[in-house]
Design a protein around this ligand. Structure first.
Ligand code: G3P
Length: 214
């Protein structure tokens, strides 16, 4: 399973990219707004910081605007993926952009039927927001299971990108279900590597090593 960072913070992206395991980045308008910097420059900087896909979202709500924004973003770098919302216009834009050879990430997906439509429209990625489903008292991971089954039934090439991740456990659960990608905020990325028994074990090894014959 590929691991993406869900942030527009360049310092965090550079920090975790050094670990060598960041396969891509996802951004959205809220994450960009948090940074308070030029949108175009930040996205261009992110595309240089990681080799893999960098998703950047359109703001238009009608398909013509989405297509022209998507075409503009795609010129910024080779690893740009254009995020289109799961709306009728978003689906039209997804088809137009995909036919033009631009890879689309269909975002704000909350049902299996929506994921089916995204795949039929030719999306490269589909982004189900599992944390927001959990927030409503439902099980976001069930949606991943359903989408995985549907895509396997019809051999869709659209990759399942598990988004809106809140806790590290969701990453391993997504991997158990065979999701293609999981995107996580930097704080969760940091937690993935952590385990108190690892820290305790290392501390003891280093303490014992001081007593060992050199
Ligand atoms: O980037 C899309 C998604 O991961 C947003 O997550 O935490 O705002 O629900 P969140």
């Amino acid at each position: 399973m590929k691991l993406f960072l869900d942030t527009a913070n360049l310092k965090d992206i550079q920090k975790y990219a050094e670990w060598g395991l960041v396969d891509g980045v996802t951004t959205n308008p809220s994450l960009i707004a948090k940074e308070g910097v030029s949108f175009e420059k930040r996205i261009k900087d992110i595309t240089k910081a990681v080799k893999g896909p960098v998703s950047t979202e359109v703001i238009s709500t009608e398909w013509k605007g989405m297509v022209s924004e998507g075409k503009k973003y795609a010129k910024w770098a080779k690893n740009i993926y254009v995020k289109c919302p799961m709306t009728p216009d978003g689906l039209i834009a997804t088809q137009k952009l995909s036919k033009a050879g631009i890879r689309v990430n269909v975002t704000l997906v909350f049902s299996a039927a929506q994921a089916l439509l995204a795949a039929k429209a030719g999306a490269a990625f589909v982004s189900p927001f599992i944390g927001r489903i959990d927030d409503m008292g439902q099980d976001g991971m069930e949606l991943i299971e359903e989408i995985t089954a549907i895509y396997a039934n019809y051999n869709f090439k659209t990759e399942i990108l598990v988004a809106s991740v809140r806790v590290p456990r969701q990453v391993s659960e997504a991997a158990m279900l065979g999701a293609d990608i999981c995107t996580v905020p930097p704080a969760i990325y940091e937690k993935l590597v952590k385990h108190p028994l690892t820290d305790q074990g290392l501390e003891k090894f280093l303490k014992d090593w001081k007593k060992a014959k050199q």
